[in-house]
Design a protein around this ligand. Structure first.
Ligand code: SF4
Ligand code: SF4
Length: 372
């Protein structure tokens, strides 16, 4: 099992710096030809969530994606670029707007790469994945290093959720409503679609109530590369100030033997891990803080709940949350959006969809009592 991870510093998104950093990150773990055969057909899948510019730090940065494309072009690969973008398919935002605003359309034009939509699918057991996977020899993933209100981390494994086309993502949120069930389905997806290479944009990361407008940007100045997404996510967890097994997808994938989460079994190239670990990340308000003794958390678990709360001061009444909610818990009443908490499964899809940072976290009495 390949558990090499490279960590390379890159202070900002100046194209020459990004080029050097991404190239070095790939070379440190063996170079592109050790993962991808020359002249192959490759699907490059960046993490795209909302139609926002790169300065918002929500989508993978176009310069990082550009270098991945350039490196693949050096070995004469035929490239497709695309993502299922947000959870809701084209219901809220047209994917072409996402491509345009995120800079992917420009990169595709400048680099002569075909930009594709994930509108055809093939079923793989419990879920469909984009049929572009069947037409390509390899998948290369470009996640963004971010916190996530439901999964704590958006990294290597979570980025692959975007391979589920369109609104079926909502169905999966509804069907696998608890964090544990949802982690299992994310790992099922990883088992079906393991990228040949993953390059993570952690130059500007996100902490707090990520992965969208509720998060806070954090200059981490790092690029990561590896084949094993479990190992990559384990490194990200440590940098966040967590343990690998605090991330449910990492715990589940390691348990199934899909990757390495034991830090002693991961070979780190480039920067030393200890040298790049700063202060712990501010975690999403929904994460159960690690300083609460585990027995207390276990006893109180059923009473610890987190719910979305509309901040009407920020709300621009776009109704994106109404379309995003898998259980139809949000509706419009008297000219504003309201949440029916009896229907809410606390998936926080509404927060991901909100373009105005208008969905905050409401805590149950027990969560407040034990200091979460
Ligand atoms: S209201 Fe928000 S958190 Fe609750 S079910 Fe709907 S999308 Fe999920
Ligand atoms: S809460 Fe956010 S997504 Fe919902 S209507 Fe208001 S601004 Fe739009």
């Amino acid at each position: 099992m390949n558990a090499k991870v490279s960590i390379v510093k890159c202070k900002d998104y100046q194209p020459d710096l990004v080029f050097a950093a991404v190239k070095k990150a790939i070379d440190l773990i063996g170079g592109i030809s050790s993962f991808i055969k020359p002249q192959s057909k490759v699907l490059v899948k960046p993490n795209l969530l909302l139609a926002k510019g790169p300065e918002f730090g929500i989508d993978a940065h176009p310069e990082v994606v550009r270098v991945v494309i350039k490196v693949l072009k050096e070995i004469n690969c035929k490239l497709l670029l695309g993502d299922g973008s947000n959870v809701w398919g084209n219901q809220i935002e047209d994917v072409n707007d996402v491509y345009e605003q995120s800079g992917m359309k420009r990169i595709a034009e400048e680099e002569g790469v075909e930009l594709v939509e994930f509108n055809k699918r093939r079923w793989r057991g419990q879920f469909p994945l984009t049929s572009w996977l069947d037409e390509c020899d390899y998948l290369v993933s470009v996640p963004k290093f971010k916190t996530h209100d439901f999964t704590i981390l958006t990294g290597g494994v979570k980025n692959l959720f975007g391979l589920v086309p369109g609104t079926y993502k909502i169905e999966l949120h509804k069907r696998y409503a608890s964090p544990e069930e949802f982690a299992r389905i994310l790992v099922d997806i990883y088992a079906q679609a393991r990228p040949a290479l993953t390059v993570i944009d952690g130059i500007v990361a996100m902490e707090g109530d990520g992965p969208a407008t509720g998060g806070r940007l954090r200059n981490t100045g790092l690029v990561f590369a590896g084949v094993d997404c479990v190992a990559l996510d384990s490194i990200l967890a440590l940098i966040m100030g967590l343990l690998p097994q605090d991330i449910l997808t990492t715990k589940e994938a390691a348990k199934r033997g899909l990757g390495v989460s034991d830090i002693n079994a991961i070979q780190v190239y480039g920067e030393e891990l200890g040298q790049v670990m700063g202060a712990p990340f501010k975690l999403p308000a929904t994460s159960i803080k690690r300083n609460i003794p585990r027995p207390i958390v276990e006893i109180a678990k059923k009473l610890i709940r987190f719910y979305p709360k509309i901040d009407y001061h920020n709300c621009i009444f776009c109704q994106a949350c109404v379309a995003a909610c898998p259980t139809k818990a949000i509706s419009v009443k008297s000219g504003r959006v309201v949440i029916d908490y009896k229907k809410c499964i606390s998936c926080f899809c509404c927060q991901e969809a909100c373009p105005a940072s208008a969905i905050k976290v409401r805590k149950s009495v027990m969560a407040k009592l034990i200091g979460l």
